[in-house]
Design a binder for this molecule. Structure first.
Ligand SMILES: O=C(O)CCC(=O)C(=O)O
Ligand SMILES: [Fe+2]
Length: 333
């Protein structure tokens, strides 16, 4: 696959921002190509804020085992979907019905299941803090951590295994990709590891100034990554809002898998033009959340994007964004 979409050397910065580049991650393993990959990554980070990655190491079978189950997942009986309703979960995990969510005051024409890293509950009721405990687990945000609501195995065989394998494979890709970003930024590889459950930097010899451990001086809890499984049905309205223009607010980086061939995803360029980012087989789309923009002091933008609904007669669109989580107690400062 070509490393970048038609980029001639004479193009201006403005023209560059009109296309979403494709980066071939297998170049990371080739010492002659690695510098070029890092240069492409820097340009993608700073000029566009969106990119495709190919040869990313997630096995096609891991993706298809989950993606092929999406139609059956959304075809579960209404009673099962109601049982899995997000309102039943203090962790905001589970099913939300068609057009139950809004962006920019308009209904999003999509149906979704929210899943996350399977975790035990840590949140506590107010007033139940145990003496000597390091963290205040009565803070409301701790409620986000908890177990998923899984469809019953006899209604959707092997779904839990498929989702767990997909989660683990994309999480591993995400950690590798962050290392590549660190290299592109020319900061020590592993600078951000402590955010993802590795040893705090302050325990290491190669301490990086400005990066600290968490509030209690120990490592953060293992992260919670969140995934959405999305279904966008065809709409009679040619510019139907699948999901309205937004930046990804939760998470550090987003890895988006687009199933099928239909277009829909659009990215707002620096010049205010909507650029299509259609599915490309074998790729993920990568973009950056608000936290990443804050951490880079705005050098890397959390780029605005949206999904236009499929038109009448088009196929249903399915997609799976994976939002790489950050420690809940992290603050902008
Ligand atoms: O479905 C898509 O392709 C994108 C979804 C998205 O941007 C989101 O849920 O944040
Ligand atoms: Fe998004």
């Amino acid at each position: 696959m070509s490393s970048e979409l038609n980029r001639a050397p004479t193009e201006t910065m403005q023209q560059k921002a009109q296309s979403v580049p494709i980066l071939d991650l297998s170049w990371a393993d080739d010492s002659t190509k690695r510098p070029q990959l890092l240069a492409q990554l820097r340009a993608a980070l700073f000029d566009v804020g969106f990119l495709y990655i190919s040869n990313h190491g997630v096995k096609p079978n891991t993706v298809s085992k989950l993606a092929d189950r999406l139609p059956s997942l959304f075809d579960l009986p209404v009673e099962e979907k109601a049982r899995l309703g997000k309102l039943n979960s203090p962790h905001f995990l589970g099913y939300s019905g068609f057009a139950e969510e809004t962006t920019l005051g308009k209904q999003d024409q999509r149906e979704q299941f929210d899943f996350a890293t399977e975790l035990p509950i840590v949140g506590r009721e107010p007033g139940s803090l145990t003496k000597g405990e390091h963290r205040d687990y009565t803070q409301l945000y701790w409620r986000l951590r908890g177990p998923n609501q899984w469809p019953q195995e006899h209604l959707l065989a092997s779904f839990r295994t498929a989702l767990t394998d997909y989660h683990d494979a994309v999480a591993e890709l995400a950690y590798r990709f962050v290392h590549l970003i660190e290299e592109a930024f020319e900061i020590p590889i592993g600078t951000y590891d402590h955010l993802f459950g590795a040893k705090p930097r302050s325990d290491r010899d190669d301490e990086v100034p400005g990066i600290c451990a968490d509030d209690v001086g120990t490592s953060y809890l293992p992260p919670q990554h969140r995934l959405k499984l999305l279904r966008y049905p065809p709409s009679d309205n040619p510019s139907g809002q699948g999901v309205g223009a937004h930046k990804d607010s939760s998470g550090w980086l987003t890895f988006l898998y687009q199933h099928g061939t239909g277009p829909g995803l659009e990215v707002l360029s620096t010049t205010g033009v909507w650029i299509p980012a259609p599915p490309i087989p074998g790729t993920f789309v990568v973009n950056f959340g608000n936290a990443f923009e804050a951490a880079t002091e705005g050098a890397v933008k959390a780029t605005v994007h949206r999904v236009v609904s499929p038109g009448p007669g088009d196929d249903v669109r399915y997609s799976i964004p994976f939002f790489m989580g950050l420690p809940l107690i992290m603050t902008v400062s």
